[in-house]
Design a protein around this ligand. Sequence first.
Ligand SMILES: *Cc1c(COP(=O)(O)O)cnc(C)c1O
Length: 390
Amino acid sequence: MTDPSRFGVYGGRFVPETLMAALEELEQGFRTIVPGNEFREEMKYYLHEYAGRKTPLTFCRNVSRDFGCRVYLKREDLLHSGAHKLNNALGQALLAKFMGKHRLIAETGAGQHGVATAIAGAVLGMQVDVYMGEEDIRRQGLNVSRMKMLGARVLPVSSGSRTLKDAINEALRDWVTNVATTHYLIGSVVGPHPFPTMVRDFQTVIGNETRDQVMEKEGRLPDAIVACVGGGSNAIGIFTPFLGEDTRLFGAEAGGEGPEGRHGATLCRGRPGVLHGTYTYLIQDAFGQILESHSISAGLDYPGVGPEHSFLRDSGRVSYHPVTDREALDAFLYLSRSEGIIPALESAHAVSLAEKVASGLEKDDVLVINLSGRGDKDVAQVASMTGDLL
Ligand SMILES: *Cc1c(COP(=O)(O)O)cnc(C)c1O
């Protein structure tokens, strides 16, 4: 019998005994509530009526001309909130509500996941507490204000490096203490079972829509799909319905400063180990100490990756490549100017890798890029980095 918590050797549930009951309760809720009609009807309302699904699949004339094949963008940038993270936040928040919880906690680095959780909590009438390192609070003023306006409390974390990993520790501590009333809403396909499976299922709406939309427009499945990989949720969401098909799948990781410098290319340059409750590829030193990651885009700046991606890497089904900060910045400006669409810096990594993938495709081949989010959040950063270049 296969272990449902594993993807090959990866995944699992590496947590202290005190968390096991919470994870088992969550798994039970996920298995019984999510497939039910009542949950599915409610989810349909929140995804479609409220958040604006389905998102368009846009044929890009100018990028197609430049790349030399038929290029489509899956427009998660047009989802309410401006990124795919809301699919998961709404799904988990609704599940928690069905399970009788009235409080959501989350941890956030750049604040994007905190904002998505605050939105879900607001619309579902649930209390939201977001743990955030003091250093990140200082750097991400706009998202801190957004969360507060949406009615969430932002709880500063002053331990350790006062960033994401310290916030994760605080959130776990809170969850253990308050599990009767509280759900810990994890923002990507990471963490202990059932999170990687559950978050994947909530994000697979991206791939299911893409499949129908490409069939409608092209009468066949795409030849290639490209997505960026931080924790890996937008990528697994668009890949999943195509895993059993011939479509070639590509993941763009944060290559950061390049081969000699700091990076977030976990699958390309890391080794397996245990972090945050799961066995997966990690950026670590020779002694197994987790190293600090780096990326121009906050959403790809994580030293781990979802365990299913580790499995897909080893099996060769998905091919992962690093994209440097510089290449992502070029792709950010390229898409803005060629199509009038400002992508998130995370998504710009996928655009950059797509150009390389396209060089091996024919004129009539179909390439889909998952545009995981819009770039408004990155405009000030890019302006300060490019300065006079513009
Ligand atoms: C957070 C984020 C990502 C990275 O997260 P995944 O779980 O890898 O999808 C990518 N794109 C955008 C726009 C994000 O906000």
